[in-house]
Design a protein around this ligand. Structure first.
Ligand code: ANZ
Ligand code: ZN
Ligand code: ZN
Length: 869
């Protein structure tokens, strides 16, 4: 017998798939429905990590399964290839970012092919290529013409090391996401923005369309991110200037309990106050330089500056002190807050710290007696944030606070003090980056014409090569050829914008480009994209819940409104795969993590092989910093791609965490080897042909039944949220049964032709069902068994319900409604025979001995009830 040599098998099939373009996809195929399965495209960092391998294998199994189910499947791959690391590499070693990027892509593409992923490589895209980013510029222009792109000065997060603006999401605990030791500072810059807020409401209501296909967790994260609040904007009056100070509150019911007001340090009023009260300048500057994330962190101590100014509460004319506070954000609401320390936690902490007044306006209600509990400020240890009965609130006293919320809002509107409004936490998307390795923004500045967009026929505005990567500032500004341009309107001299776009722009519509990747007239043709989108199944990490997944939804809606496509949503179903975990080995003495190769195991305990020191073992997310990652390529080298794929799919359902362990891999390898041997060692038992079900022995029937039960189970588990682990477990059970059949029947009795056909049928279906998981292996065995055509062309097996049912049924036998025995009988037994068998049971005989049988009632396949008198 030929041994299972995965290397030969895998390279053979990979070559064949490539030579024959096996996975090339047409945009439509007569009689087939389109199905689009997509994994989030990778950043070409250089090497695949195990998380990639898991993500893409899940997608590949789905793609292969759907093809066998008769769909015309689109399964593409590409590269999110703009961004900082390429530029940092350029700074370090002088090579142009394109060179670094291209060689990383080449290596990772080679690795993807080693996994045996069934991509249509003809549709590959890379965002760093002008033929791709041209369309970023084109879409930018279209959005500009629609008023969805604008420029404004704004305070931005700035990393002094990156010398660039960071998105809020790129700030982690006040530090740069790439420089964990560099505090982010605040800086005012002119920036381009996308008006995502114009779609805030639709991004929320659109969740209705997604609720069946997306994890609830992701929808909740988006909902919180968009942060829609209903409230009231009410005007206080600044005593010193007579000007209005609008504040936004969601708790207008507490308006009589306001004891001071707070504004953000960036509030325009602060500049005026500093003119008359310069002593606070330094404190204000300090406060402004603390970054936003830290300022608003929960539980963070609140800092304030007393202004010496006062405001008037419109509802009761009270004169209240005005403070500047770091817990108030300029870019939410109006940047000013009416503080009610008795009923708001943040205000309470602030008032306690600075000894400000407290006034209770809502009393709680006793849950049991339903009576009002009068609380007083002296006894409060926390703010009372619940609902209750109104007090100290003039004409609203005695109302429930819930009712008062509406009544006071009406009152405020009637009196003209303010209005009910809706606010969102979602901010417009700042897309300007002061970096080289991104899509140039197609804007120019002309002295005569102002801000103008480059002409369509001059797109793409390509990245120049006469640039210096010094590590300081924006390299684009060092290019003379780039900066000096011709005004597309007047033909005079113009200066090009040297900002590039946030790379999230690239990934906001790439899934549309795959549908029509070579289009040179448009980003994509509408009818082609409409034939594929929304993407039927999207797969990626939960870390993209808010940015990428929200931006893609925004882009889809914008492109729809531009008439470029039909869908409202980009991704019909979303699967967020779990993390891959592995053991980490920490040495307390050396204060570092050791590599598994440096560790010796004794039972469950781990020791440093060199020093003998006992190490701390922890199962945690694989990461470079913990030295606990596995290299997928090494695993493929050692066990083969099919084994690696099978292990990944078997070890956990896709959405759950997966614990890597080599024993599991070895087990998967043994499983495949067992099937290999069962087929190659028993070639003389292989007999294709139609099974005559009437001629089967009891043992034959048992195998047939198990086969059909397995087909059912495997298919149902896949259809139920892709629980591949359950599918594989079912196939393993079937293999054991077939193996028993082979040893006990085929080997011993030299089975009949019918038994051989049963064996062949079972092995054939096993190979077909394994093919999405272990495609090279299945292809090889299919060929060995002399299957017709290619395995990829085989339809997914369907079970026959009747064949899943056992022919023996257990029937309860009752006498006057009491169970007196059971019978194992053929399900097709006649009523007469069944009645005879029932009356013949020893225990039944005992109970009817001295009585007369009046009636025998038979419920087919369930019960025989003997009625006696
Ligand atoms: C008075 C009040 C009394 C409030 C009370 C709450 C409880 P959400 O629900 O997140 O929209 N607020 C308003 N603008 C703010 C800003 N720019 N920075 C920080 N806080 C701000 O939060 C709305 C509430 O957050 C508002 O309602 C306001 O405090 C505060 F018992 O007004 B409230
Ligand atoms: Zn940085
Ligand atoms: Zn001009």
């Amino acid at each position: 017998m030929r041994e299972y040599s995965f290397k030969d098998v895998e390279s053979k099939w990979q070559k064949k798939w490539s030579d024959e373009s096996t996975y090339k996809t047409e945009n439509s195929v007569e009689g087939k429905e389109n199905y689009y399965v997509l994994e989030m495209l990778p950043y070409p960092s250089g090497k695949l990590h195990v998380g990639h391998a898991r993500n893409y294998t899940i997608g590949d199994v789905i793609a292969r399964y759907k093809r066998m189910k008769g769909f015309n499947v689109l399964h593409p791959m590409g590269w999110d290839s703009f961004g900082l690391p390429a530029e940092n590499a350029a700074i370090q070693n002088g090579a142009h970012p394109a060179i670094w990027t291209k060689s990383n892509i080449d290596n990772m593409r080679r690795q993807l092919k080693l996994i045996g992923l069934s991509y249509d490589w003809d549709r590959e895209i890379a965002s760093y290529l002008p033929e791709y980013y041209k369309w970023n510029q084109w879409i930018f222009k279209k959005m500009y013409e629609k008023g969805l792109v604008y420029k404004k000065k704004s305070t931005v997060n700035w990393c002094p090391d990156c010398q660039t603006v960071l998105a809020n999401e790129q700030v982690e605990d006040g530090m740069c996401w790439r420089h964990s030791k560099t505090p982010v500072i605040q800086k005012d810059l002119e920036q381009w923005f996308f008006k995502i807020t114009e779609y805030a409401d639709e991004l929320l209501t659109g969740h209705k369309e997604l609720k069946d296909g997306w994890p609830e967790k992701v929808l909740t994260m988006q909902k919180n991110w968009i942060g829609k609040s209903f409230g009231t904007e009410i005007n206080f009056t600044v005593v010193e200037t007579g000007e209005k100070l609008p504040v936004f509150t969601t708790r207008i019911d507490t308006i009589f309990g306001v004891t001071y007001a707070v504004i953000a340090p960036e509030h325009p009023l602060v500049n005026e106050i500093m003119k008359t009260n310069p002593s606070i300048k330094e404190a204000v500057l300090n406060m402004k330089n603390t970054d936003m994330i830290e300022r608003t962190a929960e539980g963070k101590e609140k800092n304030g500056i007393e202004t010496g100014y006062y405001v008037i509460n419109p509802v009761n004319g009270e004169k209240l002190p005005l403070w500047i506070g770091d817990y108030v954000l300029m870019n939410y609401g109006t940047g000013a807050v009416m503080a009610v320390p008795t009923h708001d936690e943040r205000d309470f902490a602030f008032a306690k710290k600075y000894n400000l007044d407290l006034k209770v306006v809502i009393n709680p209600v006793d849950k049991k007696t339903k009576e009002e509990i009068v609380i007083s400020p002296e006894n409060m240890e926390n703010a009372f944030v619940g609902t209750g009965i109104m007090t100290n609130s003039g004409e609203f006293n005695g109302l429930s606070s819930k009712e008062a919320l509406g009544k006071i809002a009406e009152f405020v509107e009637e009196k003209g003090y303010g209005e009910r409004t809706t606010k969102y936490r979602l901010k417009d998307w700042g897309v300007s980056r002061q970096r080289y390795w991104g899509t140039p923004i197609p804007a120019l500045y002309c002295e005569k014409c102002g801000v103008v967009m480059e002409k369509d026929e001059n797109l793409p505005v390509t990245l120049p090569t006469d640039v210096e990567f010094s590590g300081n500032g924006n390299p684009l500004e060092t290019s003379e050829s780039f900066k000096h341009a011709v005004c597309p309107v007047c033909g005079g001299e113009a200066r090009r914008d040297t900002d590039t776009m946030d790379t999230f722009v690239d990934s906001s519509w790439y899934f549309l480009r795959y549908c029509d990747p070579k289009n040179t007239d448009l980003p994509f043709a509408k009818e082609i994209v409409d034939g594929w989108t929304p993407v039927d199944q999207y797969i990626g990490g939960i870390e993209h819940a808010v940015m990428h997944l929200l931006y893609s939804r925004f882009f889809t809606k914008v492109l729809r409104d531009l008439g470029l496509l039909k869908s409202n949503e980009p991704f019909k179903r979303l699967l967020t795969q779990g993390m891959v975990l592995g053991p980490s080995y920490y040495s307390p003495k050396q204060n570092k993590f050791l590599y598994p190769s440096q560790v010796t195991m004794k039972g469950d305990q781990a020791f440093d092989s060199e020093t003998g020191e006992e190490l701390q073992v922890k199962i945690e997310k694989m990461s470079k910093s913990k030295n606990n990652g596995v290299d997928p390529e090494e695993m493929i080298e050692k066990y083969g791609a099919d084994t690696t794929r099978l292990f990944i799919m078997f070890a956990a359902p896709p959405e759950k965490e997966l614990e890597w362990n080599e024993n599991g891999l070895a087990g998967a390898y043994r499983f495949l080897s067992k099937i290999w041997r069962m087929i190659l060692e028993n070639k003389e038992e292989i007999e294709h042909g139609t099974i005559n079900y009437d001629n089967l022995t009891k043992e034959d029937k048992k195998v047939v039944r198990k086969l059909h039960q397995t087909i059912k189970k495997v298919t149902e588990s896949i259809e139920d949220n892709y629980h591949f682990n359950t599918s594989i477990a079912a196939i393993m059970e079937l293999i054991n049964e077939v193996q028993e059949f082979k040893t006990n029947i085929l080997d011993v009795e030299k089975g009949s032709s019918e038994s051989k056909k049963v064996f062949t049928e079972a092995m054939t279906k096993i190979v077909v069902m394994l093919s999405p998981f272990a495609p090279h292996f299945a292809g090889e065995l299919w060929e060995e068994m002399g299957g017709n055509g290619e395995i990829e062309e085989q339809p997914w097996p369907e079970h026959v319900e009747a064949l899943t049912i056992s022919e023996e049924v257990a029937i309860a036998v009752q006498v006057n409604g009491k169970v007196r025995g059971t019978l194992e009988v053929d399900r097709n037994i006649s009523k007469e025979d069944l009645e005879k068998l029932a009356l013949d049971l020893e225990n039944v005989k005992k109970h009817i001995e001295d009585k007369t049988v009046a009636k025998v009632i038979i419920v087919p396949n369930k019960i025989v009830n003997i009625v006696v008198k």
